[in-house]
Design a protein around this ligand. Structure first.
Ligand code: ADP
Ligand code: F6P
Length: 472
C-alpha cells in the first residue's frame, strides 16, 4: 500500500455506488455537506480518504478520485444497522440536534460503534506515512482519535465535528458519555462549527472527566489538546464560476419557463431529515396560501428533498408525513398544470442544482438545528448579480456568519410566515445590499480558508503543510 502524508477519515467516501441512466453500474459523488466540503480541497494533494462505500459486503477496490486514494472500510449488515443507522443516526444525530426526535439508547448499538470505530482506526493507521497527519471527521467516528493515538503515537491527529455539539444537559443523557469524550481527546486539535460547541465540550470534559479545560485548551495528562471553532465553507469561486456558465443560464431559463414563468420562485433544498424543518416550512406556506398572502399563479415553491437514511424509522415516518402534506397542499391549492409545490425527491447533478439556485428569488433554509448548512452558502455564491433573498434559520450554523440573511426562528410559525413574506416582498435594493455583503464574506471565508486555518492550527510547525503544497 502507498502511504500518504495526509489521510482523511470519514464515514462516507466521496463516491458512492449508483446506477447510470443507461442502467449500467457507476460510481458517483455522494450527496451531503461533508463530502461537498472536503472533496474540492483534496484535489491535487497527496492524500488518502478512508471511508465506507455504501452498501454491505466485502470492500470494493475503488479507483483514485482526482488523485486521492480511496481506502474502503467494509460494513456488514449488522454494522450498518447498529452503527450507521443505530448509534450514529438514531442516538447521536437526534441528541446532537436538540433532541428534536427522541434519541434511542441500546447497548448493542454501542458495541457496534466501538467495533466500527476500531476498524476505521486500523485502516487509517495503515494508510498514513510516518509522522503524517490524519484528519478524522464527524460524529460517526468519535472514538477514532483515541484508538489511533494508541496504534500510531507518531501521527498528528485532528478531529472535526460537522454537526452541533450539544449543551451538557443533553449530552449527559448518553450512557457512554465518558468514553466518547475520551475518544475525541485522542486528537491534538478538536474543531467545531461554532464557538458555543467548543464551550459545551470544555464544560463537559471538566464535569465528566475532571480535566482542566478552557474553551481553547484542555489538559490531558502530559498533553494539551486544543479546541476551537472553524466554520466550514464551500468552494465559493468554483460555485460562482459554475453558476456563470452559459449552459447553467440556459437551464435556468428553461426551468423558469417550465414553472410557468411565475413572479416569484421560492426554493428549498434539503436532505429528507427531521432536523431540516421541512414540515414547519410547508405548514407556514400552506397558511400563507390559505390567507391569500401568497397566490399559486404568482408564486411557486420548489421543494427538493433527497431521501436520506431511509431505513431509519424516524426518516421513513418523516418522508410519509412530508409527502402527505405536499399532496394535501397541492390538492387544496393547486390547479391543473399549476401545482402549489413542485416536490422533487431526487439527487441532482451540480448543473441542475445550481440552475435551481439561479432561479430562486427566495431561498428558504429553515432547519430546526443544523451544524452549518452548506446549501445556504452555495445559494449566496451562485447569486453573482446580487439578487435573491436568503431566508435563514437562526439555528443553522451559517446564521453566525450570514447575519445579513432574513433570519427566522423556524419554531415560531407566525415568525416564519412573516420572514417568508418579508423575503418575498423585499426591495431589490435591500436584497442587493444583503447579498453583496454575504458574497464578499464567502469569498474571503471559503473552503480553502477553512482548511488552511484548521490544518495550520493542527500542524503548528508547518512541516506537513509544506510537504502537501497549496490547498487551493
Ligand atoms: P447536510 O450535511 O446535513 O446534508 P448541507 O446543507 O450542509 O446539509 O449539505 C448538503 C449538501 O448536499 C450540499 O452541498 C448540497 O448541494 C447537496 N445536495 C442537497 N440536495 C441535493 C440533491 N438533491 N442532489 C445533489 N446534491 C444535493
Ligand atoms: O454532517 C452531516 C452528515 O452526517 C455528513 O456526515 C454527511 O455529509 C451528511 O450528513 C449526509 O449524511 P449520510 O452520510 O448519512 O447520508
Amino acid at each position: 500500500m502507498r502511504l500518504t502524508p495526509l489521510v482523511v477519515v470519514a464515514n462516507r467516501l466521496p463516491i458512492d455506488d449508483g446506477v447510470a441512466p443507461d442502467g449500467a453500474f457507476e460510481w458517483r459523488r455522494s450527496p451531503g455537506g461533508l463530502v461537498n466540503a472536503l472533496h474540492p480541497l483534496l484535489r491535487h494533494t497527496p492524500a488518502a480518504w478512508v471511508g465506507w462505500a455504501g452498501g454491505t459486503g466485502p470492500a470494493p477496490r475503488l479507483p483514485d478520485v482526482d488523485g486521492v486514494r480511496m481506502h474502503t472500510v467494509p460494513l456488514d449488515g449488522d454494522d450498518l444497522r447498529d452503527h450507521y443507522e443505530g448509534f450514529a443516526n438514531a442516538t447521536l444525530w437526534p441528541l446532537y440536534h436538540d433532541a428534536v426526535e427522541q434519541p434511542e439508547y441500546h447497548r448493542r448499538w454501542w458495541e457496534a460503534y466501538q467495533r466500527v470505530n476500531q476498524r476505521f482506526a486500523a485502516a487509517a493507521a495503515a494508510a498514513a506515512e510516518p509522522g503524517g497527519l490524519v484528519w478524522v471527521q464527524d460524529y460517526h467516528l468519535q472514538l477514532v482519535p483515541g484508538l489511533l493515538r494508541e496504534l500510531r503515537p507518531d501521527l498528528r491527529i485532528g478531529f472535526f465535528l460537522h454537526v452541533p455539539f450539544p449543551p451538557p444537559e443533553l449530552f449527559m443523557q448518553l450512557p457512554r458519555r465518558a468514553e466518547l469524550l475520551r475518544g475525541m481527546l485522542g486528537a491534538d486539535l478538536i474543531g467545531f462549527q461554532r464557538a458555543q460547541a467548543a464551550h459545551n465540550f470544555a464544560q463537559l470534559v471538566t464535569k465528566v472527566l475532571g480535566l482542566p479545560a478552557t474553551d481553547r485548551r484542555i489538559g490531558v495528562g502530559e498533553r494539551v489538546v486544543r479546541v476551537g471553532a472553524f466554520p466550514v465553507s464551500i468552494d465559493t469561486a468554483e460555485m460562482a464560476a459554475l453558476a456563470a456558465r452559459p449552459e447553467v443560464a440556459d437551464r435556468a431559463d428553461r426551468l423558469r419557463q417550465d414553472l410557468g414563468d411565475p413572479e416569484r420562485v421560492i426554493l428549498s433544498v434539503d436532505r429528507m431529515d427531521y432536523t431540516k424543518g421541512i414540515e414547519q416550512r410547508l405548514k407556514a406556506y400552506r397558511e400563507l396560501l390559505a390567507s391569500g398572502d401568497v397566490k399559486v399563479r404568482d408564486t411557486v415553491l420548489v421543494q427538493v428533498a433527497v431521501p436520506s437514511r431511509d431505513r431509519v424509522a424516524q426518516y421513513q415516518i418523516l418522508r410519509d408525513r412530508v409527502e402527505h402534506q405536499v399532496g394535501r397542499i397541492n390538492g387544496e391549492f393547486g390547479r391543473v398544470g399549476e401545482p402549489a409545490i413542485h416536490y422533487l425527491s431526487q439527487p441532482f447533478d451540480r448543473t441542475e442544482l445550481i440552475a435551481l439556485y439561479r432561479i430562486a428569488d427566495v431561498m428558504a433554509v429553515t432547519p430546526l438545528r443544523d451544524g452549518m448548512n452548506l446549501v445556504a452558502k452555495e445559494y449566496v455564491a451562485a447569486r453573482a448579480d446580487d439578487t435573491g433573498a436568503l431566508l435563514l434559520s437562526e439555528f443553522a450554523g451559517a446564521a453566525a456568519e450570514l447575519g445579513q440573511a432574513y433570519l427566522v426562528n423556524p419554531h415560531d410559525l407566525d415568525g416564519l410566515k412573516q420572514g417568508l413574506l418579508a423575503a418575498l416582498r423585499a426591495t431589490p435594493e435591500d436584497v442587493a445590499v444583503r447579498m453583496r455583503a454575504m458574497r464578499e464574506y464567502l469569498h474571503r471565508n471559503d473552503i480553502h480558508a477553512w482548511a488552511r486555518s484548521y490544518l495550520s492550527a493542527l500542524d503548528q510547525t508547518g512541516s506537513l503543510l509544506r510537504r502537501l503544497g497549496p490547498t487551493d
